[in-house]
Design a protein around this ligand. Structure first.
Ligand code: ZN
Length: 223
């Protein structure tokens, strides 16, 4: 029933379904295997419900095939991928009402989409980080775009914020929340109540956004 057990310096046990459908147990370093098994047994109904839900969502949002007919999210809106014979799109994919491609080769489409998302993420996130850090008085030394598939953001002690390119698939208010979440980490490198208080000062609605991200993360997956 469990695919992976990850032990770390945490105090409690948690069970969740990872973005690729694995059942992952996070446990304290020294927790006996027997206790972990027990917790899994006690939660077996919940686990299978979560897994059913995962497969239902997968069926609803199948991974992209990188061919026309696919739909891709950008800033919370869905845009279809369509063929064009316009040679302006011979070497690139662009969003012009819909995503336009001249090539039909899935692997090339995938690479060009990633390139497009990275470029948009670089531009959009730089601007939002600048606005929000000025507005809320934070010192940010820069941002980096990565292809992290499990997290929405991270930051370094030197004040660099990291975001995956797939973040620009999300609606703007969710992106802003993720940015403010990382800004708050510049002061509190943990998820303590002091940290959430910092988030709340900037983003009183943060609980709604967290819930949205939990429930909709399957729509905004990288590839
Ligand atoms: Zn965090």
């Amino acid at each position: 029933m469990v695919d992976r057990i990850v032990r770390s310096r945490r105090k409690t046990l948690s069970i969740h379904i990872s973005p690729n459908g694995e059942v992952v147990v996070r446990a304290p370093l020294l927790m006996p295997q027997k206790l972990i098994k027990q917790a899994v047994m006690q939660n077996s109904k919940w686990i299978s419900r979560q897994r059913d839900e995962y497969f239902r969502r997968q069926a609803e949002h199948p991974p992209p095939a990188f061919k026309p007919g696919d739909q891709y999210y950008f800033l919370g809106e869905k845009y279809p991928l369509e063929f064009t014979s316009n040679s302006a799109f011979s070497r690139i994919i662009e969003l012009a009402g819909c995503f336009k491609t001249m090539t039909a080769e899935p692997e090339i489409i995938r690479k060009r989409l990633i390139k497009w998302y990275r470029k948009e993420a670089e531009f959009y996130l730089n601007e939002r980080v600048q606005n929000l850090s000025e507005l809320h008085n934070w010192e940010v030394s820069g941002i980096k775009i990565n292809s992290a598939s499990r997290r929405w953001g991270s930051c370094t002690s030197r004040g660099t914020l990291n975001f995956p390119w797939r973040l620009v698939m999300c609606p703007p208010e969710i992106i802003d929340y993720v940015i403010m979440h990382e800004l708050a980490h510049l002061k509190e490198m943990n998820h303590s109540s002091r940290f959430w208080h910092e988030v709340e000062k900037m983003c009183p609605d943060f609980n709604r956004h967290r819930k949205y991200l939990r429930e909709n993360a399957h729509k905004f997956k990288g590839f």
